[in-house]
Design a protein around this ligand. Sequence first.
Ligand SMILES: NC(=O)c1ccc[n+]([C@@H]2O[C@H](COP(=O)([O-])OP(=O)(O)OC[C@H]3O[C@@H](n4cnc5c(N)ncnc54)[C@H](OP(=O)(O)O)[C@@H]3O)[C@@H](O)[C@H]2O)c1
Length: 258
Amino acid sequence: MATRTALVGGGATGIGFATAGQLALAGHRVVITGRRADALDAAAAELRAGTGGDVHWLAGDLADPVATAAVAAEVTGRYGSPDILVLNAGGPPPGRILQIDDEQWQSAFGLLLLGPLTLARLTLPRMAARGFGRVVFLTSTAVRQPQPDLALSVVLRSAVTAAAKLLAREYAAEGVTVNCVAPGPTATRRREQILTARATATGRTHADLDAEDAASVPAGRAGRPAEIGAAVTFLASAEASYVNGTVLTVDGGRTETI
Ligand SMILES: NC(=O)c1ccc[n+]([C@@H]2O[C@H](COP(=O)([O-])OP(=O)(O)OC[C@H]3O[C@@H](n4cnc5c(N)ncnc54)[C@H](OP(=O)(O)O)[C@@H]3O)[C@@H](O)[C@H]2O)c1
């Protein structure tokens, strides 16, 4: 199997960390990124120890196009332009559609759309020139089944899904695929933040909301980050060459669409 270079956003924790581990186990060189150098350094060391893989890190704010471009340039300078791009970072703050102010819309637009598009712009043409590339956007089942208290995620990730579809068609003939993985509730820091916000907004207990959320999933539980990472790793594989422009929901069966 060919060894590829994978750039994984939000790789210090949660879904990004688990994905980085699985890509390393699949034999790829992995570069994780995020904003906190200390967390990335510790995560990369843990991933190297756990997988025996070739894991590196670079700090950068993926909501800032200038910093994002700097990350892309640095990765390319050190390891070559990435063959696999996992477009993942933090989620936007919760809030219902009319509670979000302009500043929050702008900030979430940078985090969810502009940063990932900057990375795509800088790396996809190079993937196409080499005849191989895999791009996976981490989104949310909120694009399939809207969640009223996650308006920023619902609206902007729908736009991200549309952008992924356009990108998928752009370089399909050159061996580049672009897909989305849409997780349902997954046991990470992000899920804890959402449950805490719901507890504050409703006056209900965190434990109560946790149990209710788990019960809404046919599998009866939140997902494990590795279960999301496995889906991303499949889409990043050479074998997934004919899967393009799709949204893979990984949600224990929760999404109620056919
Ligand atoms: N967990 C769920 O239930 C769930 C469900 C659906 C969708 N998602 C989505 O999945 C994605 C990953 O979340 P997670 O659950 O793995 O949560 P997480 O553990 O909080 O991970 C988020 C990661 O992104 C990094 N990050 C945040 N803002 C960033 C920025 N501006 N630039 C670069 N890195 C940034 C964080 O590191 P730093 O803070 O150091 O930057 C952190 O490592 C999020 O977009 C989330 O909305 C999660």
